[in-house]
Design a protein around this ligand. Structure first.
Ligand code: NAD
Ligand code: ZN
Length: 346
């Protein structure tokens, strides 16, 4: 079969590889679509190898069960679904409590194994997944469904975790209206009555934010926090969801979040100085505002995201590429030239 593999730092190629073996409690999935996440670009930029042998990329996977392991009910063959990306241990106290995204077996700061980051991922004809990590999607289109696995899961988790702040009439800010952000705007619309301000650097992204239901769109820059303060009567936003996570957006978030408001840092841009600069609460960082580094989401977040999509209340905008066009797709994502999510169809 064909697979898009990271062979060396920064080097991605399509290679012929064997169809994966399936263990007793696994499924073999024929891939229908695989989303390209900005995290894949971060992976490409790592100056070291993720693992010794080439790694098949792709952690947003939709497809059909093609074969099952010996311990799995063969009735599952033909099931359509997406892959839940936290391949957690399933029995530590966090997993047992439903918090599989912070599985204790992964250690204090690592994340549980995730296809395309440790085990082989879904930018291939087939992928092996644990049977318990495949969630049905009914007749949802594969290109729509694949981004549910991360773009929706992660956005839903960040928003659900800030739900207490999202009272009717409050203001939420979404920074970065790409794959995750355009989904986050729609989830905010669907699960709260908060006013949504969307922030991005590109006109195309701001247009996308409006289509997704943002009430106000702002160009990202040094004035953004001040504009948010003006729009909120000087108080600031009840919640800021940062899907970029660079120094500039962290600064905006710190300056724009309300006292007792929530700052959720989802983007992995490496920004931190604004947060660490003044832990005592000086200018910029208001009293009572917690910051949370948010990773992935729970099964419940995934199932609720799928339900929103099935109800027509969450629509992923995507640009479709074939596996052969993957280099072009990665370049477009890096250049900010993708509408919503780039999705590969093998
Ligand atoms: P994306 O490239 O699709 O979208 C990023 C958006 O941010 C783009 O629209 C871009 O124009 C915008 N942007 C860039 N610089 C900006 C700035 N200074 N101000 C405002 N907007 C700016 O990326 P994505 O796939 O949505 O991922 C977003 C981030 O979230 C990445 O860093 C990714 O690695 C991370 N991520 C984290 C998790 C997690 O669990 N924590 C999960 C998935 C993705
Ligand atoms: Zn991702």
């Amino acid at each position: 079969m064909r697979a898009l593999q990271l062979t060396d730092p920064g080097v991605v190629e399509i290679r012929d590889v064997p169809v994966p073996d399936v263990g007793p409690s696994d499924l073999l999935i024929e891939v229908g679509a695989a989303g390209i996440c900005h995290s894949d670009l971060h992976l490409l930029d790592f100056p070291f190898k993720m693992r010794e042998e080439p790694l098949t990329l792709g952690h947003e996977i939709a497809g059909t069960v093609a074969a099952v392991g010996a311990d799995v009910d063969s009735a599952r063959i033909g099931e359509r679904g997406i892959v839940y990306l936290c391949w957690s241990c399933g029995h530590c106290s966090e997993c047992a409590s439903g918090n599989e995204n912070v599985c204790l077996a992964a250690g204090r700061t690592a994340m549980p194994p995730c296809p395309g980051l440790g085990p082989d991922g879904g930018m291939a004809d087939y992928v092996r997944v644990p049977a318990r990590s495949f969630v049905p999607i009914g007749d949802l289109d594969f290109c729509q469904a694949a981004p549910m696995a991360d773009a929706a899961l992660t956005s839903m988790h960040a928003i659900r975790g800030a739900q207490d702040h999202l009272t009717p009439g409050s203001t939420a800010v979404v920074i970065g209206v790409g794959g995750l952000g355009h989904v986050a705007v729609q989830i905010l619309r669907a699960v709260s009555a908060t006013r949504v301000i969307a922030v991005d650097v590109g006109d195309r992204q701001l247009e996308l934010a409006k289509r997704c239901g943002a009430d106000v769109v702002l160009e990202s820059g040094s004035e953004t926090a001040q504009q948010i303060l003006e729009l909120t009567g000087g108080r600031g936003a009840a919640a800021v969801f940062d899907f970029v996570g660079v120094d500039a957006t962290a600064q905006t978030a710190v300056e724009a979040v309300a006292p007792n408001g929530a700052y959720r840092m989802v983007g992995l841009g490496g920004g931190a100085p604004a947060i660490t600069a003044d832990p005592s609460g000086g200018p910029g960082w208001p009293w009572g505002a917690p910051v949370r580094k948010s990773y992935g989401g729970t099964r419940r977040d995934l199932i609720e995201s799928i339900a929103l999509a099935q109800a027509g209340r969450l629509t992923v905008e995507f640009d479709r590429f074939t596996l052969d066009d993957a280099h072009d797709a990665f370049a477009k994502l890096r250049a900010g030239d993708v509408n919503g999510r780039a999705v590969l169809v093998p």
